[in-house]
Design a protein around this ligand. Structure first.
Ligand SMILES: [Zn+2]
Length: 460
């Protein structure tokens, strides 16, 4: 399998450190708002990449963090008049709701920065001892000029960086590119004890510490959006390699940006389209299909019109699948040469720098094949195509996945059971309990409505 490694700038054969096991870290969201389609892209891309590694027989240990302390979170908390932890807890819960609806499987570990402050302090102390960090009155900084390989990942020279980059202004720093490891707390901000001052960790050090603590000093893949290459990933790498003297992540994978209304989709520019709205209007398969139709390294244009077109294509697929399901045919096809040929094509596409557009096109070719086979009364062919779509490739891409659908059916059944129980309680005039059921369901976005036909529900 070949992947493009940002570190070397080349497409390289992927060989994990430990045979059969892949250790992988993906930078997760800063939790102060709902996620948007720009955030959905790395989530879907690396979810499918992980599924594919598993399909190829690897055991994957995946970590995705939550940045749960940050200026943005503190600002939001001040705006709302609540504490930052409430903001973080709220948007972690909202993240799960969207991630689940988008069919993103949870990683093996989802560490939160605030759970790692003790480890972060210890590692900053070691960096200070080794001479890679220094203290000023505003906090502790990484001494960029002490780390020779600074700029290796982003392919930038220090001189050019000073000229072009947005750097933190702080007159106590020795050098403009030095970045904070520990920030002295301002009055009223959440803070933790440290040997320097009460304060909180900088953004870059948290990912270094959580990845090294969970995956080890060297691990296989570090992934994220290409806007993180500099300074975030460059700084993560500098800290880790200064600390251990070893290669930090061996392969770096970066996805391209999502463009919307002529600009990068981002919260800071305000041009966002939330995942929640996208899912509500167009559904999971449409959004995943749109994301996977683009090679992960290319920029991706987003518009509602485009997403609506993908959703129409998805509906046509469902019509073909339902038509087959209505025939009542169930079975497992033989792994004949046609089967093998499709599997080989699928693997060939994804082994080539994770070319999901080709993999998705194979899926759509199979849908055409299924439709044709049904027209021609070719039962064996139809079974083969159906099986490849829904049981072989669908679960890898998270598209038209039979397992996902089973979960939804089970959820519907559970809601119906609750509605029945509520009805029984009402007949016994136990209104406090029946109201409790209605309120609890409402909290998770399921609204009950009593009609003359009985109780109906809508999902937000
Ligand atoms: Zn990170």
């Amino acid at each position: 399998m070949k992947i493009t490694n940002t570190l070397t700038g080349r497409k390289e054969e992927f060989v994990p450190l430990q045979p059969g096991v892949v250790r992988m870290y993906v930078c997760g969201p800063t939790v102060y708002d709902l996620i948007h389609v720009g955030n959905a892209r790395p989530a879907v891309v690396f979810d499918v990449f992980r599924r594919y590694l598993e399909y190829r027989g690897y055991r994957v240990i995946m970590v995705q963090n939550f940045t749960d302390i940050d200026d943005k979170i503190i600002n939001k908390a001040n705006q709302l008049g609540v504490d930052p932890k409430t903001v973080a807890d709220t948007f972690i819960a909202e993240y799960w709701r969207d991630a689940h609806a988008l069919g993103i499987r949870p990683a093996n570990f989802h560490p939160r920065t605030t759970d790692f402050v003790g480890d972060i302090v210890e590692i900053i102390e070691r960096l200070v001892e080794k001479g890679f960090a220094y203290q000023t009155e505003t906090g502790v900084y990484f001494d960029v000029r002490k780390f020779e390989k600074y700029g290796e990942l982003s392919k930038k020279r220090i001189d050019d960086l000073i000229a072009g980059a947005r750097v933190e202004v702080d007159e106590t720093k020795k050098f403009p590119l030095d970045f904070s490891l520990w920030k002295k707390a301002k009055p009223g901000e959440p803070c933790w004890k440290s040997p320097w001052s009460e304060g909180r960790p900088g953004w870059h050090i948290e990912c270094t510490v959580m990845s090294v603590k969970i995956l080890g000093e060297s691990f296989d893949i570090h992934a994220g959006g290409e806007d993180l290459i500099f300074p975030h990933h460059e700084n993560e790498k500098a800290q880790a390699e200064a600390l251990t003297g070893k290669t930090f992540a061996r392969y770096w994978m970066h996805n391209g940006m999502v463009r919307f209304l002529g600009d990068k989709m981002s919260k800071s520019t305000g041009n966002i389209f939330t995942v929640r709205e996208a899912l509500k209007k167009y559904g999971r398969d449409a959004l995943r299909y749109m994301i996977l139709s683009k090679h992960y390294r290319s920029p991706m244009d987003f518009s509602e019109e485009l997403l609506s077109n993908y959703s129409k294509a998805v509906k046509r697929v469902w019509e073909v699948l339902r038509r087959y399901e209505n025939t009542g045919e169930v079975g497992i096809p033989k792994r004949n040469s046609v089967y093998e040929e499709y599997v080989n094509k699928f693997i060939e596409a994804l082994d080539d720098d994770f070319n999901t557009p080709v993999a998705v096109s194979i899926l759509f070719e199979l849908v055409k094949g299924l439709s044709r086979a049904m027209d021609n009364n070719d039962r064996e062919g139809a079974l083969l195509y159906y099986h490849l779509i829904r049981r072989e490739f669908g679960p890898v891409l998270g598209l038209f996945d039979l397992n996902e659908e089973k979960k939804e059916v089970a959820n519907e059944e559970l809601i119906k059971i609750l509605i029945d129980v509520r009805e029984m309680l009402r007949k016994e005039k136990k209104y406090d309990l029946s109201d409790e059921i209605r309120e609890r369901l409402k909290k998770i976005g399921i609204n009950l409505k009593d009609t003359p036909r009985g109780t109906e529900y809508t999902v937000e």
